[in-house]
Design a protein around this ligand. Sequence first.
Ligand SMILES: Nc1ncnc2c1ncn2[C@@H]1O[C@H](COP(=O)(O)OP(=O)(O)OP(=O)(O)O)[C@@H](O)[C@H]1O
Ligand SMILES: [Mg+2]
Length: 243
Amino acid sequence: MAEQLVVDRLTKTFGGIVALNGVELAFSAGELIGLIGPNGSGKTTLLNIVSGYYTADRGQITYENQPIAGTSPHKLARIGIGRSFQVTKVFRRLTVMENMLVSGLSDWSETRSQASERATAILEDLKLTRLRDERASNLSGGQLKLLEFARIMMLQPKLLLLDEPFGGVHPELKRFMYDCIRKWNAAGITIILISHDMGSIFELCRRVVTLSYGDIICDGTPEETRADKGVLEAYLGEHHASA
Ligand SMILES: Nc1ncnc2c1ncn2[C@@H]1O[C@H](COP(=O)(O)OP(=O)(O)OP(=O)(O)O)[C@@H](O)[C@H]1O
Ligand SMILES: [Mg+2]
């Protein structure tokens, strides 16, 4: 089948820093891809460009056969590109349910009752039902992560970009997040997962893309990635050394 997302010679610089150096990638619908690399290697920048938060200096992005470079995050969300942020973003003064409805209602042709019905089901799925009327500011870090997941699902993404979802999350919750990610992927959602947590990446993803200084240095299975000399030097070696 055709590729769902194609990134063609994407370059992004910040001042003198080359964050992405002509990156080329193609993803098929339904893949669950890990995106790894040392700090500052360009992972978040790639996500920011695909989701419309940054504009590339050069290069093309094609989503479902349409060029999308320069499209706003808002429009991209409407055509199915959803994302999470490295630092969780929710409306802290609003309740859990209000957060859900803000995500859902912004410009869908959906009535409030349809939206709240969907929200209720998603909250149930993410075990947040008992917190529905709690203000987001009262949630724990882990509960905020789940609320962010829930809000993303309100947008019914077809391509989901997750930036460090496991940061600071305790093991039990991490397991639950794995289950969610697997379930969404099994339902057909393409997922690109950024994480420094190699255990999570190697357990969840059959394909792992490694960035180093804005270049793809490896694109393969977890086994190939673990055995790759360049990856070891650029990334895994340092992690093993500090582990
Ligand atoms: N808005 C920005 N302004 C200036 N420089 C930036 C900006 N965003 C990213 N950079 C730089 O671009 C490079 C790539 O950063 P990026 O955030 O994409 O890395 P990363 O792989 O996500 O790192 P980490 O694992 O630490 O999250 C870094 O050198 C970073 O300092
Ligand atoms: Mg990052």
